[in-house]
Write a protein that binds this ligand. Structure first.
Ligand code: PEP
Ligand code: MG
Length: 865
């Protein structure tokens, strides 16, 4: 080796470094903090405090690293003072949250021609060569930014591989490979600091929730070599399985290796614990193995977290280089949190805060295996979580036919309407080209727990040709298999492996703890007995919204409903309603039975009538046949019901006042069902909710009629019952005039879907078209149908709540729009003094946990001075 240079000697400044805030030698008492030096540095200090065999480490603060990125040089003498002249060093990133990532570790800094010769004597030529070669390559790629392929031609077992590697470096850079360890270290630090400040890295970590100005710390650690004489090697250990959270010693060890090589080359690596599949560290180095287990257990107890340790064995001696939180999916996160609490390591309330409520979706729905390759066709709005694969069908009828053959299908529509309900029930997933978070497909999909992506406008759906064209030109036809990932909005070609939904005992335990702590109610939006059963299974405290109109789309009711709509006289209408009455009554009896005395809030009929009518000529013809009417009559009636702006037209209470017989029938069905269900079980106190109110007089009119029906039913049946009447606040005016509405009702429930639509003047069915542009350009911070707009819509909620409670302090307040299940909205409603939130049944566990976390956080804040 011709290149031998002098090693720079540094003056010693260890004592100064110990107390320096920016370049800090990690001792048990050194000033190191997560917020200033990052999680890795802080964790290493904790390991040092536990007296674990951690090699000497210096932590660089966020400020110091930022200065390095801007071109300043740190005090290299001080930085290198704690290390011996012979030490090789490694540098690792230390961000505040490990999930925000950071540049990869660089090992063996300080190796040069002179050290190489010493190391050949000390560790053997092969080990020294591998170490020097590794450093030159990482330096070339990460510091000199050379193409990683440039070393591909050099075989690792070639005796000249090091010379070749150095030659390749020097030819490419036209410079000698730096020999001064201080220069090497400075350049490594600079490249890592700058990599963190690059735009791509910033965007990536911002996507994971990091603030724009998140800092990076760096830790410089003396290498424990893992290569050389005696038993040397490196590995990684954790005491649980990352996918299940079950207790299992997991990891690998590779002799004569460094860093995370053991994981990269699993086939050559040893198991840790004795294992029938192959040799293990336990057999090879039992003493080191025992120590390793002991240290990792201690880390779990004292760091109060399931940790993964990176370790090195150097001539039989164990070193713990690093500890990081065990990576985990939601399933494992719950089991880990519960078992830490059950072992008395953390209190229950802390276990509750350790699980991201949204991650619970992973347990409630099947998911695409995160390790599987994804062939993405396009993406849209992730409207209902979970994943499912199936053959493409383009109509509800085809979906039903497919289900009848036992074949999974994905229903693809431009957008869905109530007519598609049966098709949606039959499908494994739904995809729509249009729509947003609160459009029909999204609301129904979430209610049913059906994976759904809406607003996938990058896909072109040709319904007539039965073809979907993806943005890359690929065409998919009816019968082709696709996968809908409703958790992240992807539409995937083919059928990637899915992970099963699983709610195990740990999940149940965590939910029980959540209910012990939470102080806001959680109900479910449930329209059908199946929804109600799901709501009960997820321990909802009642139904907060039963959208009764969905019941009219079931089975043969649609025809009767259409007869009612087409009735020319009040008598004909009464006759049709008479036939609908027993069906509604049966629905309500079933709901009351399933809910076993828990409150059930039934919303009176809401949609415009034309939603129940067919929209195409074939449908008109069928209807004419069914009702025995001339086709022209049907067409004329359908046209007469058509509105320019149906969402702002004859719907909700407006229909209830104009065609009062519908609400009369519904009220009667509710009261008769109340009497019936109370006969067998707990007494039922139904709640009746009036939709789309904007004026006090509307409430007075409906209340008078509902009271009259109640009196009539009491008389006829000779049985008493109570009920509560409430208003759904969905128009800005209802929120503003809550003070005059409240005296007439016992509750207000905020329907934030319509309220958002009307506050913004933004169609909930069409917003998907421009929402992503709006969010990208920062017009809206998020889709307001997805995240409650706490500024505008939220202000209306607050005004409504305050004005309502001012005249009626016992007024029950709730939210039942889709926002009801989101942790941020729950926080808002809780702060505003709401009694409960109501959300899709599958979001109930998410809401229970989110609500518990808020209560726990408040307790902690109150406890702190
Ligand atoms: C709402 O508007 O918030 C609501 C819950 O009602 P729907 O979604 O049925 O209009
Ligand atoms: Mg509404």
């Amino acid at each position: 080796m011709p290149l031998i240079r002098r090693i720079l000697r540094q003056p010693r400044k260890v004592a100064a470094v110990q107390q320096d805030q920016d370049i800090t030698f990690i001792t048990p008492t050194a000033p190191v903090a997560n917020e200033t030096h990052g999680g890795r540095a802080k964790c290493l200090q904790r390991l040092v405090r536990l007296d674990l065999p951690v090699p000497k480490t210096v932590a660089l603060s966020f400020d110091e690293v930022h200065r390095i990125a801007s071109g300043e040089s740190p005090d290299m003498a001080a930085l290198m003072a704690p290390f011996s002249d012979q030490a090789l060093l490694c540098v690792r990133p230390s961000s505040e949250d490990p999930d925000w990532g950071g540049p990869g570790a660089i090992l063996n800094i300080g190796i040069n021609d002179a050290r190489y010769i010493d190391l050949c004597d000390q560790l053997g030529r092969d080990a020294a060569t591998a170490m020097y070669r590794r450093f030159v390559q990482s330096y070339a790629i990460h510091v000199a930014r050379l193409d990683p392929d440039m070393f591909d031609h050099i075989a690792q077992d070639d005796p000249d591989s090091l010379t070749e590697t150095l030659r390749a470096y020097e030819e490419e850079t036209e410079e000698e490979f730096p020999q001064d360890p201080a220069v090497q270290l400075l350049e490594v630090l600079r490249s890592m600091a700058r990599a963190w400040e690059g735009t791509t890295a910033r965007l990536l970590r911002q996507a994971k929730g990091a603030p724009a100005d998140a800092g990076l710390g760096l830790v410089v650690q003396e290498m424990a070599h893992g290569m050389g004489q005696g038993e040397c090697g490196s590995g990684v250990i954790q005491l649980v399985n990352s996918k299940t959270g079950d207790r299992k010693i997991t990891g690998r060890y590779l002799s004569q290796s460094q860093g995370r090589d053991a994981l990269a080359q699993q086939s050559a690596a040893l198991f840790l614990e004795r294992d029938p599949r192959g040799p293990s560290l336990q057999e090879l180095a039992p003493e080191a193995f025992d120590q390793l287990i002991e240290h990792t257990r201690l880390m779990r107890i004292r760091l109060r977290e399931e940790m993964q340790a990176e370790f090195t064995i150097e001539n039989g001696r164990l070193h713990i280089l690093d500890g990081v939180r065990v990576a985990r999916n939601a399933h494992a996160a719950i089991r880990i949190a519960v078992s830490l609490a059950e072992d008395g390591i953390i209190p229950r309330e802390e276990a509750l805060t350790r699980v991201d409520p949204r991650a619970i979706n992973e347990l409630l729905h099947r998911q695409v295996d995160p390790d599987a390759p994804r062939d993405r066709l396009a993406s849209g709005i992730a409207a209902s979580p979970g994943a499912a694969s199936g053959k493409i069908v383009f109509s509800a009828a085809e979906a039903q036919a497919s289900a009848a053959h036992g074949e999974a299908c994905v229903l693809v529509r431009r957008e869905t309407s109530p007519e598609d309900i049966r098709g949606m029930h039959a499908a494994a997933a739904v995809l729509t080209e249009r729509g947003g978070m609160t459009s029909h497909a999204a609301v129904i999909g979430r209610g049913m727990g059906l994976p759904c992506v809406v607003g996938a406008s990058a896909l072109k759906v040709h319904l007539r040709r039965k073809v979907i064209t993806a943005p890359d030109g690929r065409e998919l036809r009816a019968g082709d298999i696709i996968t809908i990932d409703g958790t992240n909005g992807d539409i995937l070609a083919g059928e990637p492996p899915l992970m099963k939904a699983a709610q195990d005992d740990a999940f149940q335990t965590l939910m029980i703890w959540a209910d012990e702590f939470r102080d806001i109610g959680v109900r479910a939006n449930a329209d059908t007995p199946a929804d109600a059963q799901t709501a009960r299974n997820f321990k909802a405290q009642g139904i907060g919204l039963c959208r009764t109109e969905h019941m009219f789309f079931e089975g043969d009711r649609l025809t009767v409903m259409r007869e009612m709509i087409f009735a020319d006289t009040s008598q004909d209408r009464a006759a049709a309603l008479e036939r609908l009455l027993p069906m509604q009554r049966a629905d309500f009896i079933e709901l009351f039975r399933i809910m076993q005395g828990q409150p059930v809030c039934i919303r009176l009929f809401d949609p415009p009538l034309h939603e129940f009518l067919p929209h195409d000529r074939a449908g008109h013809r069928e209807l004419a046949e069914a009702l025995d009417l001339p086709l022209s009559d049907v067409t004329r009636r359908v046209e007469a019901l058509t509105e320019y702006n149906p969402m702002l037209g004859m719907r909700g209470v407006r229909l209830g006042i104009t065609v009062p017989e519908i609400y009369d029938m519904q009220a009667r069905a509710i009261f008769e069902a109340t009497i019936e269900a109370s006969r067998e079980g707990e007494p039922v106190v139904p709640e009746i909710m009036i939709p789309l109110v904007s004026a006090k007089r509307e409430v007075e009119l409906v209340k008078t009629r509902v009271d009259a029906v109640a009196a009539a039913v009491r008389n006829e049946k000779g049985r008493d019952f109570t009920y509560r009447l409430g208003v759904m606040v969905e128009t800005p005016r209802a929120a503003l005039r809550a003070g005059e509405i409240a005296p007439h009702v016992s509750f207000l429930s905020f329907g934030t879907n319509d309220l958002t639509q009307m506050t913004y003047g933004l169609s909930r069915d069409d917003a998907g078209r421009f929402m992503s542009t709006y969010v990208q350009q920062g017009v809206f911070p998020e889709d307001p149908f997805h995240d409650l707009d706490t500024d505008g819509v939220g202000e209306l909620l607050q005004i409504g709540a305050e004005r309502g409670r001012a005249v009626r302090p016992d007024l029950v307040l709730s939210i039942c729009g889709e926002h009801g299940g989101s942790p941020e909205s729950i926080a808002f409603c809780r702060d505003a003094g709401f009694n409960y939130v109501s959300c899709s049944p599958f979001r109930v566990p998410v809401a229970r946990l989110a609500a518990a976390q808020l209560a726990v956080k408040d307790r902690i804040t109150i406890k702190k001075p």
